[in-house]
Design a protein around this ligand. Structure first.
Ligand SMILES: Cc1cc2nc3c(=O)[nH]c(=O)nc-3n(C[C@H](O)[C@H](O)[C@H](O)COP(=O)(O)O)c2cc1C
Length: 165
């Protein structure tokens, strides 16, 4: 049973206490047009086979093409890619204009300069409230050439820096 006293605002604020990385999840439609959105509801799922999940809002314009092509790429962002994160957190055409990217092994765009590109083939789509849980088997992982690049983090509704030990 859900908590009927919990407001959306309270739920959002609570979710904000879960510190995450930030990624741009990309896909491509059958005609080869790239799509993508900024996401933090992404996590590893299984070791054998290697799998990730990405939880995509039913209102996302990237969801349809992802369901169509059955592929996606999780581009894990560095702290230098905050502008890119903001760009892909909005709707609209032209998100890829001027962006350094190339199709990966699945055809989904791999973004230049990302910390990691996790290229997946969709194996199941599960309903999850107002989102769809896109389960993907990993086809390839491409790591950044600069392994000590800092990740872009998200905490309390804003970008955050990695605390130095
Ligand atoms: C830090 C951050 C994390 C986000 N995480 C998600 C997410 O996990 N799932 C999701 O569907 N939208 C998420 N969003 C919102 C989408 O990026 C936003 O709704 C975007 O406009 C969707 O674009 P599209 O409709 O072109 O796919 C996030 C936004 C930000 C700024």
């Amino acid at each position: 049973m859900s908590d009927s006293s919990l407001t959306s605002e309270q739920f959002r604020r609570a979710c904000g206490q879960w510190a995450t990385g930030v990624s741009i999840v990309t896909t491509v439609d059958k005609a080869g047009k790239p799509y993508g959105l900024t996401m933090n509801a992404v996590t590893s799922l299984s070791l054998n086979p290697p799998m990730f999940i990405a939880c995509v809002d039913n209102n996302s314009d990237t969801l349809g093409p992802m369901r169509e092509s059955q592929v996606y790429c999780i581009n894990v962002l560095t702290s230098a890619q905050q502008d890119l994160s903001n760009r892909f957190a909005k709707k609209g055409d032209g998100k890829f204009d001027g962006v350094d990217f190339a199709p990966g092994v699945t055809g989904a765009p791999v973004l230049g300069g990302a910390l990691l590109a996790i290229e997946c083939a969709v194996t199941a789509v599960l309903p999850g409230g107002d989102h769809q849980i896109m389960c993907g088997e990993v086809r390839r992982i491409v790591a950044n050439d600069a392994p000590d690049a800092a990740p872009l983090l998200y905490f309390g509704g804003r970008y955050a820096a990695v605390a130095k030990p």
